[in-house]
Design a protein around this ligand. Structure first.
Ligand code: GAP
Length: 440
């Protein structure tokens, strides 16, 4: 069976995502809002599965990690101390004629507008934080920002968690949440958006052990890509050179992915030194330090930060899963999701909708599987071929069909494998065990 990925894969993925209820354009009925996307029922299920795998690997499966959920709005002094007010910017050029703005580092001709041919102005720095006003007064003191990274919520809570739990170094804080960046040029579907979601860890270490812990997280990032089913050969490490790293980082590895539009950053792993705790200690005058009971030493811990974009993970997962093949003389589209991320694990059908005994039996099987696996769908719309096509397109690994043999012969059902299309008869009594094994 020949399988292929076409060059126009992105358009096909975006269209499938809309058609099948994964992702819609933000504010679509008003013409959309650039850089925003709304997750529909299957999109949110896929997203929650990804986040669940991340939380399990990095929080619940470990003894040294503390989960957090900090506020998105923070005191403006957080962003002054972190360096974001002064330095979280991209180079921008504006066309004198059509007023369009471009990211200076992403255009080839820095003098001429590609849209209207007008002259581009001087390059200036554009701060990407969304500024807002807190409360009814509009003055300097009421300024706040929508956080551009979740990280700072963890740095400013270092002392709170330390005082509540008295953890020994090394230990980490982890959170999943929204971040906002006023990107000059949002593009490539979920890849570069203005409202994004991050899964981040701030892992605090002794200065002497940063290299060892950096290596440990380097491996863990790779493990996570396996959890969500990304092919190893499509991921590449990039050692970010001096001069190109964020202002806080002494070492950064970008994990790049072969997206359909090119090799681009998927995740980052940074050694943030004691930059953030040190800056916040100084600016807030609250010491953010660790006290070593053994040596009686007090010091500022250093920090390793693995940072993962949820949307970029979704896009990488969708792009890897998107497959076309020939089946039954027709071109078939399917999402080859790893079962762990698939929004629906199993679909149950009666062969025919208008045979009450088939429907009743299928409902019974559905209830049995739903109780065990949760993400199970019942479908009796249209003919069986249509139902298979729909489940293939949303990436359901297995379809279970109740047919006349189930009723008249042997109490077995067919279990159809999404990738091969092969159907196997399985006794209902053995169905739970078989599907548990198949779903891994
Ligand atoms: N706290 C560190 C930090 O925010 P970053 O490299 O700017 O570092 C981390 O962002 C991750 O967040 C990226 O690797 C990417 O997965 C995701 N990300 C960043 N900007 C994004 C955007 N505009 N749209 C979608 N994802 C984005």
């Amino acid at each position: 069976m020949a399988q292929s990925k076409q060059p126009d894969t992105m358009e096909k993925i975006i269209s499938l995502c809309k058609r099948r209820g994964f992702v819609y354009q933000g504010s679509e009925i008003y013409g959309g809002l650039a850089g925003t996307w709304d997750y529909g029922p299957y999109g949110v299920a896929l997203k929650k599965n990804i986040e669940g795998l991340w939380w399990k690997r990095f929080v619940t499966d470990r003894e040294d990690m503390y989960g957090m959920d900090a506020a998105i709005l923070m005191n403006q002094n957080v962003w002054k101390a972190s360096g974001h007010v002064g330095g979280f910017s991209d180079p921008l050029v504006e066309c004198a004629k059509c007023k369009r703005r471009f990211r200076a580092d992403q255009i080839i001709d820095k003098k001429k507008c590609t849209e209207c041919g007008g002259t581009l102005g001087e390059e200036k720095q554009f701060n990407m934080m969304f500024k807002t006003q807190i409360g009814a007064t509009e003055d300097e003191t009421s300024i706040s920002y929508l956080r551009p990274e979740t990280a700072q919520g963890m740095f400013v809570n270092f002392k709170n968690v330390y005082d509540s739990f008295h953890p020994k170094l090394p230990f980490g804080l982890a959170q999943i949440g929204k971040a906002f960046r006023n990107e000059i040029a949002p593009r490539d579907f979920l890849f570069r958006v203005r409202e994004l979601e991050q899964m981040e860890i701030e892992y605090f270490v002794r200065p002497s052990e940063w290299e060892e812990k950096f290596e440990e997280f380097r491996k863990e990032v790779w493990e996570f890509t396996k959890d969500v089913g990304l092919p190893k050969e499509n991921i590449h490490e990039l050692e970010v050179p001096d001069g190109e790293r964020a202002h806080y980082s002494k070492r950064t590895i970008d994990f790049e992915f072969d997206f359909p539009f090119g090799k681009k950053e998927l995740y980052g792993l940074a050694y943030r030194t004691d930059y953030d705790l040190g800056s916040h200690s100084k600016a807030s005058t609250v010491p953010l330090e660790y006290f070593d009971e053994d040596t009686k030493e007090r010091f500022t811990p250093h920090c390793i930060e693995p940072s993962f974009g949820v949307g970029r993970t979704m896009l990488a997962v969708l792009a890897s899963a998107y497959t076309e093949d020939e089946m039954g003389g027709e071109t078939r589209t399917f999402l080859k999701f790893a079962p762990a991320v698939a929004p629906v694990k199993i679909a149950v059908f009666p062969l025919l909708k208008n045979k009450p005994q088939l429907v009743e039996k299928a409902r019974e099987v559905y209830a049995l599987l739903k109780k065990e696996f949760g993400a199970v769908e019942f479908d009796d719309n249209g003919n069986i071929g249509k139902r298979y096509r729909r489940q293939d397109e949303i990436g359901t690994p297995f379809c279970v069909t109740v047919d006349f043999d189930t009723l008249e012969k042997d109490n077995t059902v067919t279990v159809r494998d999404r990738d091969s299309g092969i159907q196997t008869r399985v006794a209902i009594a053995e169905l739970l065990e078989r599907l548990t094994k198949l779903l891994g």
